[in-house]
Design a protein around this ligand. Structure first.
Ligand code: SRM
Ligand code: SF4
Length: 586
């Protein structure tokens, strides 16, 4: 017989940290006031994530500092939410300024359409958060066990629908923000948080959180929660990689509503097959008026049924895997108090970005720029950061950050195109014109030197690998083909590598697991092909496959599909068979 002590659930220690934090206060302010160290306490590091800040240290200098018995070179990362990736020129100018004066002089466009500033000393955090708030940007809930920045694809072709969908993204984002007064008290001297749309004052009656946090309650969610909205035919937000996805259904230029997808996520742990990437499953259709309620109820389902004992199994994808999509739909409808309609037809064609000028339905123009690794920085030959600042000073539309870490200069009047073009050329921002199709279809997560979890390089490595692969692409005549390549420094999946036709996932310094076979439309995960391969081995492994692809592909056949048809890897048909039928030698 199992004794009580054996059967009582052992909550993960982070649950206690959240409870004791008093709605996200912890002792962060005391920690920041302590000038004897650049760091804060371990518990506060967990709590600070909800405020969008992470303690990090410069891993490039870690060993040397240890040798000289010095403390680590601590600084903080701030992640700034931009729902749907839309950023005004005024906001861009503030970000540029903060990068110069409070951070490492660069801006990172993230895979979730947000900004990251690296290298902030703890004494500057309040200044950064305040400055963002003054232009309606916030770090609140950029990280932590809450809903994160809501994504929405920056589809310039359907500009009218985009505006409606962007509004939905803003509303869902605002509705799911934590309500704790701690953020305003701690960082903003009690001033209100400025959001692009006002934070919803009320949650549904049956939310069953508590007075301070009507939606989340004092322990928030078991784990992070992510939402994306896609407008077919483009799946450039990788909607199925999300806990909750909305797929816009458009007829005759009108937004009818959204298919609802549940249970996606990327992260896993090497050697732990109980963890796996998983793609969301479409369960129903909802109208634009129902979206916010659907998002709220799904979040409460995860709050109440997610695993609070094992953080490695706490994401919503595992809740859906455990309880089944039919149960989730039934529970969702119970909580909504009405039935949802059946999902509608849709078709995705690509999860890549589109570059160059595109005209929107309203006659305004949008310029897609390639920003390698999402890093906005002044390089010796290409002053990208200065260029974008100068553009922000004259641009009358807005910027849109893409989920592939790129940038769109959006809503440009026809008469202003020439000015923007000239500036793009002057500052070397026209890289999209000459980059190979593979380079333009890449994602690299940050990894070293700032990411504490990186096992290998990613952002600093992928450009070199692509340069070497370009020699083969040239030989094969594939230089203009979009072949999706994604790398991450560890298996957490920040660059959504399991949706790369070629995926590279760091194992140890200089070695990667090589994955092949994801769908170009973002609807099929890839499969492990080789483990722990070095730079040269990656090239040697990929060369014959790329050459064969050039010669033997069928009309319109994508690289990922080809690697499956030719038997290099077997297709992954669901997250729970991601680890099965692996084509790699151990
Ligand atoms: Fe991520 C943790 C960077 C998108 C899955 N991620 C981290 C941390 C904060 C490391 C840490 O916990 O100490 C990284 C900071 C590195 C640095 O120095 O900047 C980090 N993640 C990023 C970014 C900046 C990658 C990028 O190069 O763009 C992305 C920021 C997005 C944003 O603006 O919010 C980023 N992270 C993602 C994505 C992609 C997505 O959401 O579409 C994923 C996979 C999708 C998913 O969540 O399933 C992702 N990050 C993780 C995980 C694994 C979660 C899991 O389910 O196991 C971790 C580690 C964790 O949570 O324990 C993590
Ligand atoms: Fe860091 Fe791993 Fe995320 Fe890359 S995938 S940013 S190495 S946590």
């Amino acid at each position: 017989m199992i004794s009580d002590s054996q059967s009582a659930p052992q909550l993960h220690k982070n649950e206690g940290i959240k409870t004791r934090s008093n709605y996200l206060r912890g002792t962060i302010l005391e920690g920041l006031a302590d000038v004897s160290t650049g760091s804060i306490s371990a518990d506060d590091q967990q709590v600070s994530k909800f405020h969008g800040i992470y303690q990090q240290d410069d891993r490039d200098v870690r060993a040397n500092r240890r040798k000289h018995k010095l403390d680590k070179a601590y600084s903080f990362l701030a992640r700034i939410c931009l729902p749907g990736g839309v950023c005004t020129p005024e906001q861009w100018i503030v970000m540029d300024d903060l990068a110069n004066y409070c951070a490492f002089n660069t801006l990172k466009i993230t895979t979730r359409q947000a900004f990251q500033l690296h290298g902030i000393l703890k004494g500057n955090l309040k200044n950064v958060i305040n400055s963002c708030n003054e232009v309606a940007m916030t770090t609140l809930a950029a990280c932590g066990d809450v809903n994160r920045n809501v994504m929405c694809n920056p589809n310039p072709f359907a500009s009218e629908v985009h505006a409606a969908v962007q509004q939905v993204a803003l509303e869902v984002d605002a509705h799911l923000k934590p309500q704790t007064p701690a953020f305003s008290e701690m960082w903003l001297d009690g001033k209100p948080i400025q959001l692009t749309v006002p934070q919803a004052a009320e949650r549904s009656q049956d939310c069953k959180g508590d007075e301070v946090e009507p939606l989340y309650g004092p322990t928030y969610l078991p784990r992070k929660f992510k939402i994306a909205i896609a407008i077919p035919p483009y799946n450039d937000v990788d909607v199925f990689a999300h806990c909750l996805g909305f797929i816009a259904i458009v007829e005759d230029g009108k937004l009818l509503g959204f298919n609802v997808s549940v249970g996606g996520g990327m992260g896993m742990t090497h050697g732990n097959e109980k963890t796996f990437p998983r793609l969301g499953e479409v369960i129903a259709f909802c109208t634009p008026e129902q979206v916010v309620a659907v998002a709220e109820k799904i979040v409460t389902i995860q709050r109440d049924h997610g695993n609070r004992e094992d953080r490695a199994n706490a994401r919503f994808k595992y809740t859906v895997e455990r309880l089944g999509k039919e149960w989730i739909r039934e529970e969702l409808e119970n909580r909504l108090g009405y039935k949802l309609e059946e999902a509608r037809e849709y078709k995705f064609v690509s999860n890549c970005d589109r570059y160059g000028w595109t005209e929107g339905a309203d006659g305004k123009w949008h310029l897609g720029l390639f920003i390698e690794g999402g890093r906005v920085v002044d390089l010796a030959d290409k002053p990208l950061k200065t260029g974008l600042l100068e553009i922000a000073k004259v641009h009358k539309g807005e910027f849109r950050l893409t989920a592939n870490q790129n940038l769109i200069i959006s809503n440009v009047a026809a008469e202003d195109k020439a000015t923007i073009d000239a500036m793009v050329e002057q500052y070397g921002l026209d890289g999209y014109k000459s980059a190979s199709g593979m380079r333009r279809s890449q994602i690299a997560c940050v990894a070293l030197p700032t990411c504490g979890l990186a096992l290998a390089e990613s952002e600093r490595y992928l450009p070199t690998l692509v340069s070497d692969l370009e020699v083969i692409l040239e030989e094969a005549g594939l230089q203009n083909d979009e072949i999706v390549i994604r790398s991450t420094g560890c298996p957490n999946g920040c660059g959504r590598p399991y949706l790369g036709e070629i995926g590279l996932v760091g194992k140890v310094p200089g070695k990667y697991n090589l994955y092949l076979g994801a769908g170009f439309d973002g609807e099929r995960l890839n499969k492990l092909y080789r483990t722990s391969v070095t730079h040269q081995q990656i090239i040697d492994e990929l060369k014959p496959i790329l050459l064969a692809y050039a010669k033997e592909r069928e009309e319109g056949e994508r690289f990922g599909d080809f690697t499956i048809r030719k038997g290099y890897v077997q297709a992954t048909t669901a997250g729970n068979n991601f680890h099965a039928n692996i084509g790699a030698e151990a």
